[in-house]
Design a protein around this ligand. Structure first.
Ligand SMILES: NC(=O)c1ccc[n+]([C@@H]2O[C@H](COP(=O)([O-])OP(=O)(O)OC[C@H]3O[C@@H](n4cnc5c(N)ncnc54)[C@H](O)[C@@H]3O)[C@@H](O)[C@H]2O)c1
Length: 344
């Protein structure tokens, strides 16, 4: 496919716009259609990105025969239905994260993608951040030796997402901070460790703080979660995430550290990703800031999507990996509920 891929965007919230910008910046795509139930959201997309066609519902956009691909930027409970319908209609899909509500739904997407011979790429744009990509390359080159532990944190002091009102509703979101921020930080740590096979999971969820959402808004999900995952070969990942946590304002933000037997990488510093190597007896080390790639963020993600469609790359995070990610998240909720470690 040398010509531009014709794309439709379903859902005109922040991620819908970010996808549109990514397609434009990456090149090789033509934005053809947008779907959203809210007319003003469609209008904003049309004005900003000069999109020629608009639909109210995702079903109408998926039925548009002139589209080669769609971005699914809908509330999470609609991901599976819209993605599977798009695959069956012969379209490649970029689907927002978390992939689905459950491992079973992710498996249905995988089956549909295999049958349709189409690409599914879940929109884990943190895999395409500059610091994150530089870290991944350094790990692949073996600069940290064999990596065996990742520590990921995304703790917001107060920032409960509302969207159009579904984020705090378990039926529609599948969970709270663990599904929202946890899916991203688990995915990042797992990716940097080389996507080892998960063996067991231990997790806790917390719902303690009052007054986080307006009266009348359904809020039956956790605001914070902590988890430990063991992988094949004794690799481990620890993670803490929160939408709300009483903590110093300085701790509002992300941490990602990967530890290996010859070095370590701190992904998020004021100097970008920094490699530590040559550890001495007292723990002193040599620090090397890692060189950033030229293209990053949504532009890099969409360029990767195009390469996948053209058969030049395999999707990261694709349909099969989405199943494993969802199963790890499900195991975390089971562990939090039972108070026990869950074997996968
Ligand atoms: N990658 C990221 O950084 C990031 C950030 C925020 C949200 N997300 C994910 O993106 C997805 C969307 O989140 P959001 O923040 O945009 O939520 P949102 O509620 O702000 O937007 C969802 C949009 O979908 C539209 N919609 C709902 N049902 C529809 C239907 N049947 N047909 C057409 N349109 C319909 C709504 O009108 C709304 O505009 C979620 O899965 C969320 O987890 C990802």
């Amino acid at each position: 496919m040398a010509e531009a891929m014709r794309v439709g965007i379903i859902g005109g919230g922040w991620p819908g716009k970010a996808h549109a910008r990514g397609y434009q910046a990456s090149g090789g795509f033509k934005l053809m259609a947008v779907a959203d139930l809210i007319p003003s959201r469609r209008r904003e997309m049309i004005d900003e990105f000069k999109i020629p066609r608009e639909y109210a519902t995702w079903e109408e956009l998926v039925a548009d025969k002139e589209l080669d691909a769609v971005s699914v930027c809908l509330p999470t409970h609609l991901h599976a239905a819209a993605t599977i319908a798009a695959l069956r209609a012969g379209k490649h899909v970029v689907c927002e994260r978390p992939p689905t509500l459950s491992g079973a739904e992710a498996k249905r997407i995988e089956t549909a993608a295999t049958k349709a011979k189409k690409i599914v790429l879940y929109g884990m744009q943190r895999r395409f951040g500059g610091a994150e990509m530089a870290t991944k390359q350094a790990i692949i080159k073996g600069y940290a030796g064999k990596v065996y532990h990742a520590r990921t944190v995304w703790t917001r002091t107060r920032a409960v997402p509302i969207g159009t009102g579904w984020f705090t509703d378990r039926e529609k979101a599948g969970g709270g901070a663990l599904m929202d921020l946890g899916s991203v930080m688990l995915d990042l740590g797992w990716h940097l460790l080389g996507e080892p096979k998960p063996v067991s999971v231990y997790a806790v969820t917390q719902k303690r703080l009052p007054g986080l959402v307006r009266d009348g808004v359904k809020f039956d999900v956790e605001e914070a979660a902590m988890a430990l995952v063991r992988f094949d070969g004794g690799l481990t990942l620890e993670m803490t995430v929160s939408w709300a946590l009483n903590q110093s304002p300085a701790q509002n933000g992300v941490v990602c550290r990967v530890h290996g037997d010859e070095g370590a990488v701190e992904v998020y510093t004021s100097r970008g990703a920094v490699m530590h190597r040559g550890f001495g007896q007292k723990g002193e080390s040599k620090e090397t800031p890692l060189k950033l790639p030229r293209m990053s963020g949504h532009a890099a993600m969409m360029r990767h999507f195009r390469e996948c469609v053209l058969g030049k790359a395999a999707p990261t995070l694709g349909a099969a990996q989405g199943v494993t990610l969802m199963r790890m998240l499900e195991a975390m909720y089971r562990s939090a509920e039972s108070g026990k470690s869950v074997t996968m």
